[in-house]
Design a protein around this ligand. Structure first.
Ligand code: ADP
Ligand code: MG
Length: 253
């Protein structure tokens, strides 16, 4: 049970955002991806979720090649992701925002929901129960009736993760989830990610917070300008002169 990214290249006009990048994500593991801004981390996520089309290489999920599947079938692969910049309607409540996460897997369909068919109503009740559970797990239940515009950024990011969990993912792709989180929120997120991995979810973590990376991942891939720079344990990577150079280089700009 693996996401297998093999030799993926993504171009945007003249820009090569990713070049010949390979990575494997097994269920139950947390794999890290780090790199300076613009190094292709979000593009890697987009290639895995099918939001961009690689010009070379392949992505498969549990042995199914992504490019053979139309986008609406990809949701069934059990992939969920968060976005680096969460986009929520500021007027909806935290509860409504997490409820939105259930609808891609809504089997009774929109039409059924509109006419309140019994099957749809039953499904809706199941979603509500699961939503309450997720809000509790993520310690968001105190915020449940607040509007998204009333939340500090740290909580918005946690709602983004909560919404991704609604899909009951096999693989979870987190794009800089700790940016703007307070210390207690970071610890909460770290233990949540650990718990998910223990339950068998494969987590791909893009994160600038190296302490969080160090706490969660065994293996981290370092990208620079779309290319694999180094890969290894957080310890070995942090001692590598190429890593130090990449970060000091980007900080100096
Ligand atoms: P990171 O997430 O590591 O900061 P990105 O994957 O967002 O990097 O971007 C990698 C490179 O691809 C950057 O040079 C960025 O400007 C470019 N890029 C990303 N998405 C697009 C897009 N939709 N159109 C054009 N260029 C893009
Ligand atoms: Mg990014």
């Amino acid at each position: 049970m693996t996401i297998n990214v093999k030799g993926v290249t993504v171009r945007f006009g003249g820009v090569v955002a990713l070049k010949d990048v390979s990575i494997q994500l097994e269920r139950g593991r947390v794999q890290g991806v780090i790199g300076p801004n613009g190094s292709g981390k979000s593009t890697l996520f987009n290639a895995i979720t099918g939001m961009v089309k690689p010009s070379a290489g392949s992505v498969s999920v549990d042995g199914v090649a992504l490019d053979t599947l139309p986008p609406h079938r990809r949701i069934n692969l059990g992939l969920a992701r968060t976005f680096q910049t969460p986009r929520f309607d500021p007027h909806i409540t935290v509860h409504e925002a997490v409820m939105c996460g259930f609808y891609p897997v809504h089997r009774a369909g929109m039409l059924g929901a509109m006419f309140r068919l019994p099957q749809a109503a039953k499904e809706e009740n199941g979603f509500r129960r699961r939503c309450d559970e997720i809000l509790r797990e993520m310690k968001l239940d105190d915020y449940r009736d607040l509007r998204m515009s009333e939340l500090p950024m740290g909580r918005v990011r946690l709602v983004e993760v909560a919404r991704a969990l609604a899909n009951d993912p096999k693989y979870l792709l987190l794009d800089e989830p700790a940016a703007g989180l307070a210390q207690d929120e970071q610890s909460m997120l770290t233990s949540e990610v650990r718990r998910l991995a223990k339950q068998g979810v494969g987590v791909l973590l893009v994160e600038h917070n190296f302490r969080m990376v160090r706490e969660l991942v065994e293996q981290v891939l370092v990208l620079k300008e779309g290319v694999r720079l180094i890969e290894g344990t957080p310890e070995s990577v942090s001692r590598d002169p190429a890593f130090v150079e990449a970060y000091l280089g980007s900080a100096g700009k």
